[in-house]
Every structure is written in C-alpha cells, then in structure tokens.
Design a protein around this ligand. Structure first.
Ligand code: 8X3
Length: 260
C-alpha cells in the first residue's frame, strides 16, 4: 500500500452505510480495508473503487461474531504491514421485531454478537496498534436506538445503548494515548438492508420508508467523512442525524415523502 495515503478499515462494507462510506473515502483518496462476510460483494466493490479512484483496496472476509476469525484477519493485515488510521466499527443489524416476552433467542444472540461483541473484538484487535502509534480514530456506528427505546425494539435498542456506553468509555481509556473516538447515531436510513434483515427477508413488512423521506446511506457517509477530516485537535464526539420528517424514534411525520 502506498505510504502517503491514510487507511480506513470499514466493517460491514458490503452494503448500506458501510458501502457508501467506502465510496466516500475512496473518492477522497483513502486506502481501504473493506470487511464483511459476502466475498462476491467485497470483490466487486474492491474492483470498482480501486479502478475508479486509484486507491489500494484490501478485502477481508470474515465473520465479525467470531473472535478467532477477526484475529486472523487482523494478523493478516499486520503481516502485510497495513496500518489502520481509522477503524469504522460499522457492522450491525436488527433481527426480529417482537415484544420481549415473544422474542427469538437466536435473534438476540446475533444482534448482541454482532453489534456489541463484534465491535469490541475489532476494537480490541486494532486499538493496540493505534495506541502504539499514538494516533488513530475509531468511529462507531450507533443509532438513535442508542438513545431512545421503542416498542419491539428491546434487544436491538439495548445493543445500541451498549455501543453508546462503549463509545464514551473507549474515549476515556484512549484519549490519553492520542486517539479519537467518535460515534454516529443515524435514525431511519433507506438504501440499506436494515429493514429487510430486521423482518427476516419479508419485503412487504420491510417497506417502512414509503410514507416519509428518510436519510440515505450517502448522507451518513458524508458525516462520517466530515468527522474523520477534522484537524487533529478536534474530535467530533457524536453526530445524531435523522431525516427532516423524523423527530425521534417514535415521532415520524408519515404524511408522504416531502422534500424528495
Ligand atoms: C436504525 C434506526 O429507529 O430503526 O438504527 O432503530 S431504528
């Protein structure tokens, strides 16, 4: 990898916010490490971005829910002398939408393993290099669900509340080593697989954005880039962003798509 460019590692880069962020950073001359489970998608993105923007793109395929796989992936990067300047802990999902007394335990496991433990694994593996270098930036994808709760959101909201706590706690532990820790908390974002995954592939139920105008992935990516491109003495700790028609998790103006 060329030395002058900075490198961002993006988890969950195969779709939605992760993919849009990969595009935004590549366009701005960053080298990328894009990670996820779906090889074909990562290969396509790698080809597209390296050809279009002339940046180095490494794809790393692993399951973030498994510490050993994360560890192996990071060791491989280290063996190639790839230094990570920014870790974008973005991989996350909502699975299921049931009241707590009817919740599916498998859904709970996958959300907690991905949204909380996956973020922890990647942070534990990447942050020591940043501490050693005395610099680095960790940006966590939280959610408005890290601040609010809503009916049937129970475990997803809990997992994002954990991310919110971890971002604050990580900042306390890492600021004295010169690291920045930031968090983005988007509300509803379309052009992602979020709703479809939440409703287990039920496309009808997943149509939750048709009567209002939500954020797009690229709106969020723009904010991630803004956070990452501040001067070294500035750390934007958190950005909470929602579409204009959304006031919080529970109040959305669903009177049609205004501002389209
Ligand atoms: C996504 C936003 O409101 O569906 O994190 O939880 S919400």
């Amino acid at each position: 990898m060329s030395k002058k460019r900075k490198t961002i590692l993006i988890t969950g880069a195969t779709s939605g916010i992760g993919k849009a962020t990969a595009k935004r950073f590549a366009k701005n001359g960053f080298n990328l490490v894009i990670t996820g489970r779906r090889k074909e998608r990562l290969d396509l993105l790698k080809k597209e971005l390296s050809e279009k923007y002339g940046v180095d793109v490494v794809s790393s395929i692993f399951d973030i829910q498994k510490f050993e796989e994360c560890e192996r992936a990071i060791q491989k990067l280290l063996s190639k002398h790839i230094e990570i300047d920014i870790l974008f802990n973005n991989a996350g999902l909502a699975s299921g939408f049931d009241p707590i007394h009817e919740g599916n335990v498998d859904d709970w496991e996958v959300m907690l393993d991905t949204n909380v433990k996956g973020l922890l694994y990647m942070t534990r593996l990447v942050s020591p290099m940043m501490v050693k270098a005395g610099k680095g930036h960790i940006i966590n994808t939280c959610s408005t669900a890290g601040h609010d709760v809503y009916p049937n959101g129970n475990v997803y909201c809990a997992s994002k509340h954990a991310v919110e706590a971890l971002s604050r706690a990580m900042r306390i532990d890492l600021h004295k080593h010169g690291l920045r820790v930031s968090q983005i908390s988007p509300g509803h974002v379309e052009e992602t697989e979020f709703a479809e995954v939440r409703f287990h592939g039920d496309k009808q139920r997943a149509k939750i954005y048709s009567d209002f105008n939500p954020l797009r992935s690229k709106d969020v990516a723009k904010v991630v880039y803004f956070i990452a491109s501040q001067p070294k003495h500035v750390n934007i700790q958190e950005v909470v962003l929602m579409g204009t028609q959304q006031a919080n998790s529970n109040f959305i103006n669903r009177s049609g798509r205004i501002y389209s």
